[in-house]
Design a protein around this ligand. Structure first.
Ligand SMILES: [Ca+2]
Ligand SMILES: [Ca+2]
Ligand SMILES: [Ca+2]
Ligand SMILES: [Zn+2]
Length: 524
């Protein structure tokens, strides 16, 4: 039989006190300065160590409790818990590492125990009250299924029969203590709550629906609407703008502010949409930190991207909570995306294209997450229709039929669907019509995605589906357009992209031509 070498890494200082056990390995252990005092490397030239552990397994002092298969490396790892007269030894655990069913090495901690008392003086109730008193938490509830008698190895090399008890409060406090079962002394404790760890909270959103939230528990015992690269790979913070208030919650059930819940959840969904649909990693494609302010009280019934963060304004006369709308959240987020690619100047035609792109991505995100339909949390061609407590069919823009809506609030000034309807307005009116004229390309997107006839040109477009249409628009706007691109540049970019992603003879390219003709271009 081939001679095996055993490398045992014992990660416990107590081992040095275990002279009886050390006999098995004492002559061969190597003390290396590169290991901390808590680690020793033992190299065993014979089978004695394995025989010793095998005996303990046979006697029931080592109880197997987990087998881990590492198929990639064709290895198997068997974990054994050390027990003493049936009681678990805290930290006593040995792992056999096998390759082709042969033990290659053994790691872990094993204690040599002699004459350790196994009859407690304290009952479990007495131990639990002692621990409650120690934590000054009379209200703490014992998780009784976790309570057990154990043997606890102390740092001074002594062993203590102990009660291991977990006391908890709701889901934000949970502490496990080791209480000496003879004296009542608390020997050791550790928290089961991992501070600054990611958590998934549950929130009640603006419309009263339950949503999941990426939150973080901080050491002040409060959860915050932060995800610091734990759930998603970007830093995501949601704040209440008023008084720079940072909303925190003790039980991670967010039921006191539907707007912040909606905003936090929806920005996460928009990130996921961009990542899954386009492979885009965040606003700048490099997982830019994203800060979201809700209840911005500088404006009402609105939302904006300010070049650095996303803002949702307080509800005003229109009773609109824009943080509640997936399309608006995606719209503002997409302004950030534009800033990091085409960077379309926010006035006149380039500004209207900037707005169009945000509406197009907002709608695509909606179709990505929601089934098509009329009602809250369904995908449609309106913008901002979920801002009120009820479904608002008019929304603030209508990509399917722009003329049916007026952003001017006057039906004699309908939103345009065709170049001939473009508003020529000065810079001091809507930055030269950036919202007013955004519906021309928003409608072109609708026609290409869904199909339809333009009401001015009467050109019919056969829809190629929103997925393909969105890829053509995204590619053109993100990779082809530049700061000062105008409406004609956009048409040429879309045609170029449709040709390049598909081909000259493809339906996708032919219908992109139709969509451009539908809004008034002559394509030749
Ligand atoms: Ca709560
Ligand atoms: Ca909708
Ligand atoms: Ca919508
Ligand atoms: Zn906008």
């Amino acid at each position: 039989m081939k001679t095996k070498k055993f490398l045992v890494i014992l990660s416990f200082i107590f081992f040095m006190h275990l002279s009886g056990f050390a006999d098995y390995v004492g002559k061969t252990y190597v003390s290396s300065p590169e290991f901390s005092q808590f680690k020793r490397t033992f190299s065993v030239q014979n089978q004695l160590l394995l025989q010793f552990f095998d005996q303990q397994v046979h006697r029931g002092n080592l109880v197997p409790f987990l087998v881990q298969q590492d198929s990639k490396n064709s290895m198997e790892h068997i974990r054994y818990l050390q027990t003493h007269r049936g009681l678990p030894v805290f930290g006593g655990e040995i792992v056999y590492h096998l390759k082709s069913e042969v033990v290659e090495s053994i790691t872990g901690e094993y204690y040599r125990l002699d004459n350790v008392e196994t009859e407690p003086e304290l009952t479990r109730e007495e131990a639990a009250s002692a621990y409650r008193a120690y934590l000054s938490g009379p209200e703490l509830i014992e998780k009784s299924q976790d309570t057990r008698l154990i043997i606890f190895p102390s740092k001074d090399g002594t062993f203590h029969l102990s009660w291991q008890i977990t006391l908890a409060k709701e889901d934000h406090f949970s502490m496990t203590g080791v209480i000496d079962a003879l004296t009542g002394e608390v020997l050791f404790q550790s928290s089961n709550i991992h501070f600054d760890e990611p958590a998934i909270g549950l929130g009640v959103n603006y419309h009263g629906l339950n949503v999941k939230l990426a939150t973080t528990l901080y050491s002040d015992d409060y959860y915050y609407l932060y995800d610091e690269k734990r759930v998603r790979p970007f830093n995501h913070y949601t704040y209440d703008y008023r008084n720079n208030y940072i909303p925190g919650d003790t039980d991670n059930l967010w039921d006191f502010d539907g707007a912040i819940v909606s905003a936090h959840a929806l920005v996460g969904q928009v990130y996921d949409f961009y990542y899954r649909f386009f492979g885009r990693e965040g606003i700048n494609d490099k997982n830019l930190d994203t800060v979201v302010y809700v209840h911005n009280d500088k404006y009402e019934d609105n939302a904006f991207w300010n070049g650095e963060n996303i803002n949702f304004c307080v509800q005003g006369k229109k009773n609109e909570e824009n943080a509640a709308c997936l399309d608006i959240v995606a719209h503002e987020y997409s302004h950030g995306v534009t800033d990091y690619c085409s960077d379309l100047v926010y006035s006149f035609e380039s500004g209207a294209l900037n707005e169009s792109f945000s509406d197009i991505m907002g709608t695509t995100a909606e179709f990505y997450w929601y089934p098509e339909g009329i009602g809250l949390y369904l995908a449609d061609w309106y913008i901002g229709e979920d801002a009120r407590p009820y479904y608002n069919t008019s929304g603030c823009r209508n990509l399917a039929n722009p003329n049916a809506n007026s952003q001017m609030g006057d039906s004699s000034y309908p939103d345009p669907c065709h170049l001939s309807q473009k508003y020529i307005v000065p810079i001091n009116l809507d930055n030269g019509g950036v919202h007013l004229n955004s519906t021309i390309y928003g409608h072109a997107f609708y026609l290409l995605a869904n199909g339809g006839r333009n009401s001015v040109s009467h050109v019919l477009v056969n829809g190629i589906g929103i997925d393909k249409a969105a890829r053509i628009f995204y590619t053109a706007f993100v990779y082809y357009l530049t700061k000062n691109s105008d409406f004609m540049d956009a048409a040429n970019a879309l045609l170029e992209v449709a040709y390049s992603l598909h081909s000259g003879g493809s339906q996708e390219y032919q219908q992109t031509i139709k969509a451009m003709e539908a809004i008034g271009w002559i394509v030749n």
